[in-house]
Design a protein around this ligand. Structure first.
Ligand code: SAH
Length: 356
């Protein structure tokens, strides 16, 4: 059956289907001339089978599928994929509007973790981060976050077990869509909330706002410095968010959600990796039941920080251990194969460890 564009039973700027709930999809199929039970089928094909087009949904009548073939589902396309020797796959995904984002799939023996972007670019401009250097373009919609997980899942042909919000962007600057994506990953894709990690540098008031959603996710705080002065140098937005207040909001998060927070700490040689920094960090985190992830800096072109040698990293780690702080270091494998994705990858491996 061939149809001219004008005969399409929907408008050109119709809403995409990914992101809709079962009830919304049921309404939608009925509005488009199908019985209500097709809503459940559509839901399953979107979220479980990862359909990319209504044409894929072979349980639907052929004539209707042809009629609706171009209706937008909201899926991205894989623009580029590079595979590291250890199996990690870094994707550049092209969104419906042509913008490009990063997502990473990290396989381990028992898991498949996906590192997702929450924004196109990032407005935080942290000094050591490649994404910030490229500026900020826009927030992602929840369905564009879910799409990343579906894409990696079908490319690996394996169920995704964990998701970390550690790709491009600052999730708490896009909190509504981040929370919606978390709920969808949990309810629609069936990924446990405890297997979802949201990572943030901290935005005043937003950690409390997130806590009020009472999710059971892992909250990871990108701390990176043990005092306000150094932190404000590395993370420009920290100037307006004193470390004491950030830690206070973290305590509030713990008391509202009953969940721990973890802290991420990039190690930059000679900048924040000295014995006194480890001591200060231990003092900062006193009273927190927490886990610290040390991330040896992954060099980027734009700045000339150095990664500390293994000795220094070990010393820093041991110093925290002496203060009874649970700590792990994740060295990134496969970095050489695709240096550009190293940063994203190193941090996502790190978060996977945090979930252990
Ligand atoms: N905006 C959020 C999430 C994205 S960044 C946040 O800051 O937490 C995810 C992690 O990657 C953060 O801990 C970030 O500090 C880290 N990261 C950024 N640049 C890095 C680099 N060059 N080397 C190692 N880790 C880096």
């Amino acid at each position: 059956m061939t149809l001219s564009t004008t005969s399409k039973p929907y408008s050109a700027n119709c809403e995409v289907l990914l992101g809709k709930s079962l009830a919304e999809l049921t309404d939608w199929v009925q509005q488009h001339g199908q019985p209500a039970y097709r809503g459940k089928q559509l839901y399953q094909w979107l979220y479980q089978k990862g359909a990319r087009s209504l044409l894929d949904i072979t349980v639907f009548p052929k004539q209707w599928r042809n009629l609706m073939a171009d209706y937008p589902l909201g899926r991205s396309t894989i623009h580029h994929c590079s595979i590291a020797p250890d199996g990690t796959r870094k994707y550049l995904l092209r969104l419906v509007d042509g913008l490009i984002i990063e997502a990473v799939g990290i396989p381990t023996a028992k898991r498949l973790t996906v590192c997702v972007s929450s924004q196109v670019g990032c407005p935080m401009n942290c000094d050591f981060c490649a994404t910030g250097k490229g500026g900020f373009t826009r927030n992602l919609q929840a369905y564009e976050i879910v799409d990343q997980v579906l894409t990696v899942q079908s490319d690996f042909g394996q169920r995704v077990s964990n998701v970390v919000f550690m790709g491009m962007g600052e999730p708490l600057m896009n909190i509504a869509q981040t929370v919606a994506a978390v709920k969808s990953l949990n309810q629609d894709l069936g990924i446990g909330q405890r297997s979802l990690t949201v990572s943030t540098v901290g935005i005043p008031g937003k950690i409390k706002q997130l806590a009020d959603h009472k999710l059971q996710i892992v909250l990871a705080i990108s701390l990176h410095a043990p005092n306000q002065e150094l932190r404000a140098k590395l993370i420009p937005t920290a100037k307006n968010y004193p470390l004491a207040r950030l830690l206070q909001e973290c305590r509030q998060y713990v008391s509202i959600t009953g969940r721990r927070v973890t802290f991420e700490y990039i190690l930059l040689a000679g900048v924040n990796d000295l014995p006194e920094h480890a001591g200060e960090l231990a003092t900062c985190l006193k009273g927190f039941q927490t886990h610290v992830n040390l991330i040896p800096y992954n060099p980027i072109d734009e700045v000339d920080y150095q990664r500390p040698n293994r000795n220094r990293i070990e010393q820093f780690k041991q110093s925290l251990e002496k203060s009874k702080i649970a700590v792990s270091v994740r060295y990134s494998r496969g970095l050489e194969a695709d240096a550009a994705c190293g940063q994203l990858r190193a941090s996502s491996m790190q978060a996977e460890e945090a979930i252990d």
